[in-house]
Design a protein around this ligand. Structure first.
Ligand code: CA
Length: 227
């Protein structure tokens, strides 16, 4: 498993947040910490994480509500932390869209094992899926893309970029995030390579005069959305 995935930790208790953060960084993950739900949602929107570790009991928006909102916006794996060792609470967590839960107190080894398991489950090669947005379809198993009934012939990088958009529909993706996710490093913001690839994708996804789906957010980045 390649490390360097970005994990968002939403936990109000400083001691626990720090314990988790240190453990994750030690394993090579990049970590963002939010101390309340709204801050967590803001971070998730601005810097889409690869996985979210979400505490149940939070001030303001509670973990279930945060989970619901995260799930409405993306398929990011969500691991919920709960002090409540109660069957109905676990069921609520999973019903709300959490992928797994861990009951406090837990060991760092147990947490890491759950995180690795969620990443394994989320890896496209192990679980092909068909992503859909509007009339766009992307099959992560065959790497084939379609606009309506028309097959779209994509290069590897075009595919990666379209997959990133389709995994984060209606979310504004900054240039930094796109560089990082598609090219795997930071271009320092000087390159126009994203503009070039977005242009290719638009040409291919609008080849039959279909409505534009990849929109420019001036000065920020791009978003996949309908008009
Ligand atoms: Ca808490």
């Amino acid at each position: 498993m390649m490390s360097g995935e970005r994990i968002l930790v939403i936990e109000d208790e400083a001691r626990i947040a720090q314990f988790i953060e240190r453990g994750l960084i030690y394993e090579g993950y990049r970590v963002n910490v939010a101390r309340d739900g709204q801050t967590g949602l803001n971070i998730a929107r601005d810097t889409p994480p690869d996985l979210v570790i979400l505490d149940w009991m939070l001030p303001g928006l509670d973990g279930l509500e945060v989970c619901r909102r995260l799930r409405a916006a993306s398929d990011v794996p969500i691991l919920m932390l709960t002090a409540k060792d109660d069957v109905s609470d676990r069921v609520s967590a999973l019903d709300t869209g959490a992928d797994d839960y861990l009951v406090k107190p837990f060991s760092i080894d147990e947490l890491m094992a759950r995180v690795r398991a969620l990443f394994r489950r989320a890896t496209p090669t192990s679980r092909p899926e068909v992503l859909r947005f509007a009339d766009l379809t992307l099959d992560t198993g065959t790497h084939r893309a379609y606009r309506g009934d028309h097959a779209i012939d994509l290069t590897a990088k075009e595919y990666d970029l379209l997959e990133l958009f389709m995994r984060n529909p209606r979310q504004v993706l900054t240039r930094d995030v796109i560089f990082d996710r598609v090219w795997g490093y930071d271009f320092g913001g000087e390159s126009n390579i994203i503009e070039v690839y977005v242009r290719y994708l638009r040409q291919k996804t609008e080849a039959n005069n279909e409505a534009r789906l990849i929109h420019t957010v001036r000065g920020v980045g791009y978003v996949l959305r309908e008009e």
